[in-house]
Design a protein around this ligand. Structure first.
Ligand code: FES
Ligand code: FE2
Length: 465
């Protein structure tokens, strides 16, 4: 890849070509949990948080009216962080009520803004001043779904597309759980791990399988759907023993559907169906009945948050267990990983010799992916790489991204969820990890996916991608 193309597809700040593409999509900006006083006691006093998204500094706060008053249009508000008076940091603003909901008052000269960003008081100005009528802080739409707050960073005055009715957004609160973590690298190289089916056989290889009874909430520790000679197969065994996958992909309205085949014997083939939702989200199976929808959200050019929404198609999720598992690896309130370049991601040469392919722990594979993303540098130099057959999805995604940049530069609409008409039609997408008859893989996985969908207690209608 040429250096200028690498720059073009990775830089997402304001006034960059790729940044203009990214601003056609909703992006997670925080977890609802970040405002929960149980996890951050300060939120009981002042539910205001500094955030950064697409290279912009912002302040996010809860918007509520007094009891008895009509609810505000949005329960959340998101502003640019610099006060429109003389630029002081509104992340330190006073959190106050207004006639229409909550608002922020800048501590520098007391200018006050309602949740729409309208300036409603400039107390040091002479009585009768109309100055505040002309002052409005830029505010961005925010919607809440499945424990995640998503922001629209499109041009001022633009209308966001509706959020697609993907499973992760339509399942009830009881059946979804959201978590996140910060990675110190560019968003695209993180996304390119998620759409790389080959790496799971190596990066996440365990020399021994654990009991399937210990699999809850843990990626690859469950069994694939179906059986081999009457036995359930741990995913870790499939990945270890069948490491030369046949990877296929097909364009879809939302991005790409990936099918990864691992022939087991003459009669049976392991099939794994995953999805890339343009521009930075993938959907994969965690287990037979739980999916992971993972967003790689650019904080700026050199950091990204992964946001995962786990969605159950059967029982309500045991959120407490899933939260405790993941809290082992991050520090609150900002979900900073405990492992990283500063401590070699917890690398153990002894473990690499005896227990895992990588040597960075057996409990949480997230750190494996973190190393695979971060160790390539803040922005990977793609002029130095040598791509192979298994990188075909990565190559295809880069072509789609370059095309989207070209389209937006020409004034057009980038693909997938950016299109309001199309966004309304999207649902699913399906994921499967199972053992199929070798001569009928597709019929098999479609049947498994349809059954899972039909049995989900919260599913209104069956069709999906
Ligand atoms: S800088 Fe905010 S009120 Fe003056
Ligand atoms: Fe991975």
């Amino acid at each position: 890849m040429k250096a200028e193309h690498n720059e073009l597809i990775t830089r997402i700040g304001p006034n960059t070509p790729c940044g203009a593409v990214m601003r056609h999509y909703w992006h997670p900006v925080a977890l609802v949990d970040e405002f929960n006083p149980a996890f951050d006691p300060g939120m009981a006093v002042r539910p205001v948080k500094a955030v950064r998204l697409l290279g912009q500094d912002l302040v996010l706060f809860k918007n509520a009216t007094a009891p008895g008053q009509p609810a505000p249009d949005s329960a959340w508000a998101l502003f640019d962080r610099d006060c429109p008076h003389r630029g002081a940091d509104l992340a330190f603003a006073r959190f106050e009520s207004t006639p229409t909901g909550s608002g922020l008052r800048c501590p520098f000269h007391g200018w006050k803004f309602d949740a729409s960003g309208q300036c409603i008081e400039t107390p040091a100005e002479p009585a009768g001043s109309k100055l505040c009528e002309r002052v409005r802080q830029r505010s961005y739409p925010v919607i809440e779904r499945s424990g995640v707050l998503l922001a629209w960073m499109g041009p001022e005055g633009s209308t966001p597309p509706p959020l697609a009715a993907f499973d992760c957004f339509t399942a009830p609160e009881s059946h979804t759980f959201a978590f996140k973590g910060l990675w110190a690298c560019n968003w695209l190289q993180a996304f390119e791990v998620g759409i790389d089916p080959a790496h799971a056989s190596f990066l996440h290889r365990f020399f021994e399988d654990k009991s399937l009874d210990e699999a809850y909430g843990r990626q690859f520790r469950g069994a694939s759907a179906g059986t081999l000679d009457g036995e359930r197969l741990p995913m870790t065994r499939v990945l270890r023993e069948f490491d030369q996958p046949d990877i296929r992909f097909a364009p879809t309205d939302y991005g790409m559907q990936l099918t990864t085949l691992r022939p087991i014997n003459a009669q049976q083939t392991h099939v794994r169906v995953t999805n890339a939702i343009f521009p930075s989200t993938f959907v994969i199976p965690l287990s037979e009945h739980i999916t992971i929808t993972q967003f790689h959200v650019p904080v700026d050019d050199t950091t990204n948050y992964w946001y995962a929404i786990f969605t159950s198609f059967t029982e309500p999720l045991d959120k407490e267990t899933m939260r405790q598992q993941r809290l082992q690896a991050v520090d609150l309130p900002n979900y900073l990983p405990k492992a990283g370049r500063q401590n070699n991601w917890g690398f153990s040469a002894q473990e690499q010799m005896t227990r895992t392919y990588l040597g960075m722990g057996e409990d949480d594979i997230n750190v494996h992916d973190q190393w695979a993303c971060e160790s390539r540098g803040a922005i990977q130099d793609r002029t130095r790489e040598h791509l192979g057959t298994t990188d075909k999805v990565i190559m295809a995604n880069r072509r789609v991204l370059l095309k989207a940049i070209e389209t937006v530069q020409a004034g057009g609409m980038p693909p997938g969820m950016a299109d309001p008409e199309l966004a309304q039609t999207l649902s699913g997408p399906d994921t499967v990890d199972g053992i199929a008859p070798a001569d009928a893989c597709e019929a098999y996985w479609r049947e498994v996916a349809a059954c899972k969908r039909a049995a989900a207690p919260w599913m209104q209608e069956a069709p999906a991608a």
